[in-house]
Design a protein around this ligand. Structure first.
Ligand code: MCA
Ligand code: AMP
Length: 504
């Protein structure tokens, strides 16, 4: 069924529509009545603009209450919601809009100067603005009476497309169905033991899986209350933890909380669950958090293409350095190159099957063939091993990927750009240990003979074309890149050479 229909079943009954849905850090209160009414008005407007079931609605806005309404409106109208990181720049957005061909695009008003020409060139007639204070041409346009209910959708119909970069440097749209999202949300809601009185402190961005599907979908299913922060900031998070029961974050959130001398058990007294994911949680962070607060962080593992795959248990041992057990209904295997399951404690490729796994990539049938095995398992590109007692540990990645502060950066995308710069012979982009972001992006660039490359100038140029989190924090200019006997650039040698660059 339509995912919205599933949420609606869990909403407080019409008579209780004044029940609080969320409260922002600034104190704005939003009831379920407002959520249903405003998302209904937004849905009516989408339909009036000609958005038919399956049409894409692209949204690149800062996190705000209205962006939650817009997400739900898309589900209600049967549209495919396409959230885009607000850090993406012109060339990135041009690519996404060209590939997804949305019927409607909603964006922040500050970006209008460069977005308007893209929309004109791409023939997107319906584009609107929406800002964090809830103003913009989109809310102003939504004057129709609210839609009642929602458009019927089947389990296999698309609900969302989320772009994820690839090892070839080209982003691909992961198509996620209503079943993918509802099965994962129902599973997480159950295994994490959501209770009627839970209060989720939501500080994650809303354009990726963690904030949108793991955090928001589970609390919507809970018919529950959320303390809604527009971004992660340690001080207000510490304050509101005292009124919350559940918190979800990337490892950087936990290291930033621990960096606050006043953070401790007192703020966490009413908490029942801290969840971490999107990047590896360092054992020292796991231990330090337990010592400081008395709480054991529950680490789980997932991907854009699959939603959540494994989780440490709510009851029982949460084992640091592992991502726990496969979620109910998800078949996870660790295999060798010939696809034979390997024994416990042996490293192999992590692959999975389940109702959470995407049906394929948007308009890329050849990628579907590449990313699934012949027997239908999705290849995660992560390497891992099961312990004797069934805990999965992720020990590395077969894909060339850097995860910085929970955001994925594919080196190839940045290398292709750097290689196109005048004076650059070739480049290698690597991840280096970073005390705040876990890994930070750095580039090693070989200059053409006689060329002069300035680190600051290269960084400034990159900032013009890339989302800021992808821009290397350092550029090292060298004469040539180290290669092995096969002529392949030895990134491990580079990682070793520069490993202390960001040492605390
Ligand atoms: C911001 N900057 C970053 C990052 N974020 N640099 C590297 N990595 C980052 N993640 C840079 C900006 O470019 C800027 O640099 C400077 O830091 C300050 O920017 P600001 O926006 O003020 O930073 P912040 O607000 O402190 O943000 C850091 C953050 C944020 C809070 C850690 O990145 C964040 O919320 N990350 C969560 C990402 C997330 O939700 N991932 C889930 C993906 P300059 O000054 O040079 O411009 S879903 C997923 O991975 C899967 C499915 C899963 O399992 O969940
Ligand atoms: P994305 O493509 O943004 O969805 O990121 C998915 C990738 O994040 C996975 O393939 C893993 O490499 C990584 N990831 C997610 N959760 C964890 C975790 N708990 N520990 C280690 N890596 C993780």
């Amino acid at each position: 069924m339509n995912l919205y229909g599933l949420f609606e079943q869990r909403f407080p009954h019409a008579a209780d529509s004044s029940t609080l849905f969320l409260e922002t850090a600034a104190g704005r209160q939003v009831s379920f009545g407002e959520l249903i009414d405003t998302s209904g008005r937004y849905a009516a407007q989408l339909i009036a603009l000609g958005v038919a079931p399956g049409d894409r609605v692209a949204v690149q806005v800062d996190k705000c209450v209205e962006s939650v309404f817009l997400y739900l409106a898309c589900l209600r109208a049967g549209a495919v919601y396409l959230p885009l990181n607000s850090a993406y720049r012109e060339s990135e957005i041009d690519y996404f809009l060209g590939d997804a061909e949305p019927t409607v695009f909603v964006h922040a008003s500050r970006d209008a100067a460069w977005i308007d020409p893209i929309c004109r060139a791409r023939g997107i007639a319906h584009h609107f603005t929406l800002d964090t204070n809830g103003d913009g041409t989109w809310p102003a346009a939504c004057t129709l009476a609210p839609m009642q209910g929602y458009v019927a959708r089947g389990d296999d119909d698309l609900a969302c497309i989320l772009y994820t970069s690839g090892t070839t440097g080209r982003s691909k749209g992961a198509m996620l169905t209503h079943r993918n999202l509802s099965s994962n949300a129902l599973t997480l809601h159950k295994v994490w033991g959501f209770r009627a009185d839970d209060v989720l402190l939501h500080a994650l961005p809303l354009f990726h899986v963690h904030g949108l599907f793991v955090a928001l979908n589970t609390i919507l299913l809970n018919g529950g209350k959320m303390l809604f922060h527009e971004r992660f900031d340690a001080a207000p998070v510490m304050r509101d933890l005292q009124r919350a029961t559940v918190f979800m974050g990337v490892p950087t959130y936990y290291t930033r909380l621990l960096a606050e001398p006043s953070f401790g058990a007192a703020q966490c007294a009413g908490m029942r669950l801290f969840v971490s994911g999107s990047a590896p949680l360092l054992p020292e962070t796991f231990e330090a958090f337990r010592e400081r607060t008395g709480h054991t962080i529950l680490e789980r593992y997932g991907m854009t293409e699959t939603g959540m795959i494994t989780s440490n248990p709510l009851e029982g041992e949460r084992r640091g350095g592992t991502v726990g057990f496969p979620l109910p209904g998800v078949d996870v295997r660790v295999v060798d190159d010939q696809l034979n399951r390997v024994a416990p404690n042996q490293i192999g490729h992590i692959q999975l099957k389940g109702p959470n796994v995407l049906p394929g990539y948007w308009r890329l049938p050849e990628k579907n063939a590449e990313e699934f095995t012949a027997d239908g398992y999705f290849k995660t590109g992560d390497m891992g091993m099961f312990s004797e007692d069934g805990y999965l540990a992720i020990v590395g990645r077969s894909k060339d990927l850097v995860i910085s502060g929970g955001y994925n950066v594919y080196p190839k995308e940045i290398e292709l750009l750097l290689d196109s710069f005048e004076g650059v012979e070739e480049s290698a982009v690597i991840g280096l240990p970073h005390p705040d972001f876990g890994e930070a992006v750095a580039a090693v660039v070989a200059a053409k003979p006689g060329a002069r490359l300035e680190e600051s100038a290269v960084i400034a140029t990159l900032k013009g074309s890339l989302a800021n989190f992808k821009v290397p924090k350092r550029i090292f200019v060298v004469k040539e890149l180290p290669r092995n006997a096969m002529g392949k650039v030895q990134k491990n040698v580079l990682r070793d050479t520069y490993k202390s660059t960001f040492a605390a």
